[in-house]
Design a protein around this ligand. Structure first.
Ligand SMILES: [Zn+2]
Length: 310
């Protein structure tokens, strides 16, 4: 690690899972009309405004296949032109990526790199797996495709339990979630930047991993979903729980700045509690996190910039 002592870096990232991903998680039919593109058409422009106001250059994780839609491609080119990093969130966002065969995994990771290179002029440096689930084959494919870092490991017991409970609830209602549960070994992974070993959840000399943020001590989840659901005070408290970590990898989703009314997403509200919170409130809570981290000396950089420091 060559980050200068005491330097505190934070990165704000947005996974641009489009609305059909949420329909798949909850086992719901695919939406039609405006709702289908609400993340790219509505939430992404809101994020760009938010980052302008907050003075942040962020990292967007893009599902490669979404760029087949010309409007999405134009928005991603705009985000790139405004100084944000464009990274890969796989080609087709299969939640069961780690249960597919090796050739499929390599193809998902390589074809998204090619598509992003066409879109921005540069191959992506970073990758985030669908549903935070990686394994050794994923890392092998990332190295083969020339990625510089991965940011998928989320060593968070509370999230793990919540996800297992949510998947069980969906099944009990007779629907089938496309989401999968990672092996619990992920919970033993380091929570600060590390190089992966022969087993990805152990240290070694392989690819750089920038784990998704968990607080010190209890390893509570410090991600957008929980920040927008709690009070502003709770958001600040979670942010303070990060202080002391050399890097804060704050992860959000496009849906964190979606609006049930304005974006035609009322049908999804019973399944996504964050859609019950007003857009203004969610924005204020995200801003509170940024302010809190800055008050503790954190400087916001893109994930590729952070990766260059570790
Ligand atoms: Zn995703």
């Amino acid at each position: 690690m060559n980050a200068t002592a005491r330097e505190r870096l934070a990165s704000f990232s947005v996974d641009l899972d489009e609305i059909p991903c949420y329909a798949a998680i909850h086992g719901l039919p695919l939406p039609s009309g405006r709702a289908r593109h609400a993340i790219y058409d509505e939430a992404l422009p809101r994020y760009l405004d938010f980052f302008d106001e907050a003075g942040i250059r962020a990292t967007f994780f893009v599902v490669g296949a979404d760029l087949e839609r010309p409007e999405n491609l134009a928005r991603i080119r705009d985000a790139h032109a405004r100084g944000h990093e464009i990274a890969s969130h796989s080609h087709t966002h299969r939640y069961d990526l780690t249960r597919r065969d090796r050739a499929f995994v390599h193809e998902e990771i390589e074809s998204s790199a090619r598509i992003l290179a066409d879109a921005t002029g540069a191959r992506p440096a970073g990758f985030r797996a669908p549903g935070y689930t990686v394994d050794e084959v994923v890392f092998e494919a990332l190295e083969a495709s020339g990625y510089a870092y991965d940011s998928s490991v989320f060593p968070c017991p509370a999230y793990y339990v919540a996800k297992a409970a949510a998947m069980l609830a969906i099944r009990l209602r007779g629907r089938e979630s496309r989401s999968i549960l990672d092996h619990p070994r992920v919970l033993t992974a380091p929570a600060d930047p590390y190089r992966v070993g022969a087993r990805y959840h152990r240290r070694g000399d392989g690819m750089l991993e920038l784990p998704v943020a968990v607080t010190r001590g209890l390893r509570l989840p410090f991600i957008g979903t929980f920040v927008v659901l709690g009070s502003e005070r709770a958001a600040r408290s979670l942010a303070r729980g990060m202080v002391g970590r050399p890097h804060v990898c704050f992860e959000t989703h496009g849906i964190d700045l979606a609006c049930a009314e304005r974006d035609d997403l009322a049908w999804l509200r019973p399944h996504q509690p964050d859609l019950r919170v007003s857009l203004e409130t969610k924005r204020a809570r995200l801003l509170a996190v940024v302010e809190e981290l800055r008050s503790h000396g954190y400087r916001f950089v893109r994930l590729d910039e952070a990766a260059a420091r570790f």
